[in-house]
Design a protein around this ligand. Structure first.
Ligand code: UDP
Length: 323
């Protein structure tokens, strides 16, 4: 396949590009490097630096690459930030995404595969979360992704653009080349590993009074290699629709920290803080629809294995990417 990957210099995008290249596909990465890193672009991919806020440039880039499939990762993706600057989220995730959709129609792209999120569900009325759970986001991040899902449905109906939207649970882990390096790190696992690397003295637990077994939030941690595999299977399929991508297993914040302690042999000091705005207590996927429709089988289920891949990457790249 000839594939254009927006956000291919980012955390999940870089892992997906690696998998595409290893499966001998042709890849163009389109990324503005605001969150991504030039060094995270696989050397065998074509790279175009640019931003989807430029409608004409976006049409030009998609037209020149002439991909059969576009995989759309480029987005803003922090719940807490979205509660402070919602305009950034509706701008990047909705308005810029619309520029991409228009470019796809003009270039007669066959299919778009989109990074959606379990944050579209808000506080679900049942766990595990299946795709027919009502979508009632409780933060602008989730709302912006839900709006884009709805746009996809109409572009499919009216223009025939095929789409698969994947509602990710918590992306984590690393490949042998690419891992997690955010300029401002807010995510749980990299922050815990920074303590193990002695780059910070403690990590924070946001909320210890949730209605969960140990009072901390429960999340479904899905490895970026498993996410990458699902995107490629979806690209090769004629499916249309929205699918959860998770393992179906939930771990609390304290359980993740304990797994990191065990694996690294380091004592992880914690600071208990108030809840973080916009965080639901428990998000665990029912992943059977993706498993059945795509014949997708997540390889990394146990948190220890997932954290181990992240730990190997952070030890090898203690300062992340050079640029
Ligand atoms: N969390 C935490 N301390 C941190 C970062 C995150 O306790 O330093 C919690 C957060 O409140 C959430 C879970 O860990 O319940 C996963 O958060 P993360 O930011 O990794 O991913 P998100 O769920 O926001 O996509």
């Amino acid at each position: 396949m000839n594939v254009l990957v927006t956000g291919g210099a980012g955390y999940i995008g870089s892992a997906c590009v690696q998998e595409l290249i290893e499966q001998n596909h042709t890849v163009t990465v389109f990324d503005n490097l605001s969150e991504g890193h030039r060094a995270a672009v696989h050397p065998a991919a074509n790279f175009v630096e640019g931003c989807l806020n430029q409608a004409e440039q976006s049409k030009d880039v998609v037209g020149r690459a002439a991909p059969e499939v576009v995989i759309h990762f480029a987005a803003s993706a922090l719940v807490e930030e979205s509660m402070k600057v919602p305009g950034k989220y509706f701008g990047n995730n909705v308005a810029n995404g619309l520029n991409l959709l228009n470019a796809c129609v003009q270039a007669q792209v066959r299919k778009i595969v989109f990074s959606s999120t379990c944050a579209t569900y808000g506080i679900p009325d049942r766990i595990p979360i299946s795709e027919d759970t009502p979508q009632q986001p409780i933060n602008p991040y989730g709302e912006s992704k839900l709006i884009f899902e709805k746009m996809l449905r109409w572009f499919h109906e009216i223009h025939g653009l095929q789409y698969v939207a994947f509602r990710y649970f918590n992306a984590c882990g690393a490949t042998d080349r690419f891992g997690e390096h955010h300029r401002i790190e807010t995510h749980l696992i990299p922050n815990v590993l920074k303590v193990a690397l002695k780059q910070q003295t403690s990590c924070k637990i946001f909320g210890t009074d949730y209605p969960t077994t140990d009072g901390t939030c429960v999340r479904d941690y899905i490895h970026i290699k498993d996410l990458a595999t699902a995107h490629i299977l979806a690209s090769q399929s004629n499916l249309n629709g929205c699918y959860n991508l998770g393992t179906g297993k939930g771990y609390s914040v304290r359980e993740v920290i304990a797994a990191c302690e065990l694996l690294t042999g380091a004592k992880i000091a914690v600071e208990e803080h108030d809840r973080r705005p916009g965080d639901p207590p428990k998000l665990v996927a029912a992943p059977s629809q993706a498993i059945n429709a795509l014949n997708w089988h997540p390889e990394f289920i146990a948190i220890e294995r997932i954290v181990d891949t992240a730990w190997q990457w952070h030890k090898a790249h203690p300062n992340g990417y050079p640029h």
